[in-house]
Design a binder for this molecule. Structure first.
Ligand code: FMN
Length: 351
């Protein structure tokens, strides 16, 4: 069985190790969602990861859910991301772009023309969000998407994928986790639709399948990946039968030839890696709450091909070499996770 320091092939891409940096929103872009040199430095510092997955990046202005997060739908954003991918490649790394549409997890204050957020159904999340000028605000009722509007959102994922490749990314990851738009379609508490996108599990997984198909149409399957987080309660949603939902979804995408399936195990039970790994034919990335030891154990048990680390990468840019040396890890400062500037971002140095 492989260990964390063995190489891994993802389609045409060769990862030198199996230690992957998780997608993490850090809110260092401009108000218009343009990433710059500071963000390029941050990712390049972490280029010794087998693979970097970018922070959630929005495919349209209506997909935005947080202050200062990046987009990939304007020429300025694409040019900004080019700085990032060039810096990562110059440092010997590889980077996927995580495409995130927040759906109902968006306050009108962050949306164009104070628009109502869009969602599968008009179910208001019991969630508050930060705004730079008004502080914390409770989210408001979203508007249910009309059936004929959904093709337009799927098209946003296709265009965002094309833009990501124009910006030099090595691949794209569909963010179908953490309670954002695709997971809102998957979950029965947020999807009350009676059209072909709601009701049965086959209908609730349709949005994700169509988004993946659109992304594959421009990138080929081996450069497209997906992240899911079964039963994650974050962002106030639940599913009546999550094991059925996620086993059906994973069986449906298993044969597509995707770059990888990324599963965040955010609850103690059931063990979704044990449940889903055998159902997926391609590379399987396990994440959330892992340590050097627990990740090694997952690889040894055959429950993952690579391990994804989030918080540990924030304060340890050289995480693979720290793991290799069994060196102690630095602790990050959560008060600077989402604040502008270099503090708590690019000032954690390698040991
Ligand atoms: C500051 C921060 C921002 C995050 N932003 C994202 C994001 O944009 N997209 C995403 O899929 N997950 C996001 N996550 C979740 C991580 O990808 C990961 O699943 C989570 O941190 C658990 O892994 P860990 O225990 O190794 O940190 C974020 C986590 C943190 C700590």
């Amino acid at each position: 069985m492989p260990n964390l320091f063995d190489p891994l092939s993802l389609g045409t891409l060769s990862l030198p190790n199996r230690i992957v940096m998780a997608p993490m929103t850090r809110s260092r872009s401009t108000a218009d969602g343009v990433p710059g040199e500071l963000i390029a430095t941050y990712y390049a510092q972490r280029a010794s990861a087998g693979l970097l997955i970018s922070e959630g990046t929005v495919p349209s202005a209506m997909g935005k859910g947080y202050v200062r997060i990046p987009g990939i739908y304007t020429p300025e954003q694409v040019a900004g991301w080019k700085l990032v991918t060039e810096a990562v490649h110059a440092a010997g790394g590889r980077i996927f772009c995580q495409i995130m549409h927040c759906g109902r997890i968006a306050h009108p204050h962050l949306l164009p023309g104070r628009a109502q957020a869009v969602a599968p159904s008009a179910v208001t999340p019991n969630v508050q969000t930060w705004t730079d000028d008004l502080g914390m605000l409770p989210l408001e009722a979203p508007r249910a998407l009309e059936t004929q509007e959904i093709a337009g959102i799927i098209e946003e994922y296709r265009q965002a994928t094309a833009n990501a490749f124009a910006a030099g990314f090595d691949g794209v990851e569909l963010h179908a986790a953490s309670g954002y738009l695709p997971m809102q379609f998957l979950s029965s508490s947020t999807n009350l639709r009676t059209d072909q996108y709601g009701g049965s599990v086959e209908n609730r997984i349709r949005f994700v399948l169509e988004a993946l198909a659109a992304m594959i149409s421009v990138a080929g399957p081996e450069k497209v990946a997906i992240k899911i987080s079964p039963e994650m309660p974050f962002n106030d949603l639940t599913d009546a039968n999550p094991q059925e939902t996620y086993t059906t979804l994973v069986k449906a995408i298993s044969g597509l030839g995707l770059a990888y399936l990324h599963v965040a195990q955010t609850i103690p039970e059931p063990n979704y890696h044990a449940l889903l790994r055998p159902l997926f034919a391609g590379p399987y990335f396990a994440g959330a709450g892992l340590t050097n030891e627990s990740a090694t154990a997952l690889l040894t048990k055959g429950q993952a091909d690579a391990a994804v680390f989030g918080v540990a990468f924030i304060a340890n840019p050289d995480l693979p070499s720290r793991f290799a040396a069994n060196a102690p890890l630095s602790a990050p400062d959560p008060s600077t996770f989402y604040t502008p500037g270099a503090k708590g971002y690019t000032d954690y140095l390698p040991k």
